[in-house]
Write a protein that binds this ligand. Structure first.
Ligand SMILES: [Zn+2]
Length: 147
């Protein structure tokens, strides 16, 4: 466990999002706008993980996630863990939790959906189906999964 914490604590303070499903880190950074405001972001893609095979990792310097942001990360990768770093140490570690409903972070894949034509906030209800998250648009009833 010690070696693991060392590998993620190379930043003085901020957040390390670990155990992200491989290929999801870029989506998370762009959809959650994590790189805005000149934030320093380090992204690791397809890193070896004993438990997952391959994983992605995101390091955010001087950034602490809100509960809403952590929940939005779960939409893309329910396996992700959030490490809060203070003074090069992991001060707190928690697993993200899938929110329901999900607001704003995603757009509806149905091009005819009212949320794509107007400035209406999207809202999706999450259902679980064999470990997969199925999202259900509150406006057009479209069902889809992210994986
Ligand atoms: Zn829709």
């Amino acid at each position: 466990m010690k070696e693991k914490t060392l590998s993620v604590s190379a930043i003085k303070q901020g957040t390390v999002i670990d155990h992200i499903a491989a290929t999801q880190a870029l989506k998370i950074v762009s959809l959650l706008r994590l790189s805005e405001n000149e934030r320093r972001v380090t992204i690791g893609l397809n890193l070896k993980s004993r438990s997952m095979g391959l994983k992605d990792i995101i390091k955010l310097e001087d950034v602490f996630l809100s509960e809403v942001e952590a929940a939005q990360i779960a939409v893309f990768s329910p396996s992700a863990t959030v490490n809060v770093i203070e003074n090069y140490q992991v001060a707190k570690k928690y697993r993200v939790e899938m929110p329901s409903p999900i607001r704003e972070v995603l757009s509806c894949p149905n091009p005819r959906c009212i949320t794509n034509g107007e400035k209406t906030t999207t809202l999706f209800v999450v259902e679980e189906n064999n470990g997969l998250a199925i999202l259900h648009c509150n406006y057009c009833e479209k069902r889809f999964s992210l994986s």
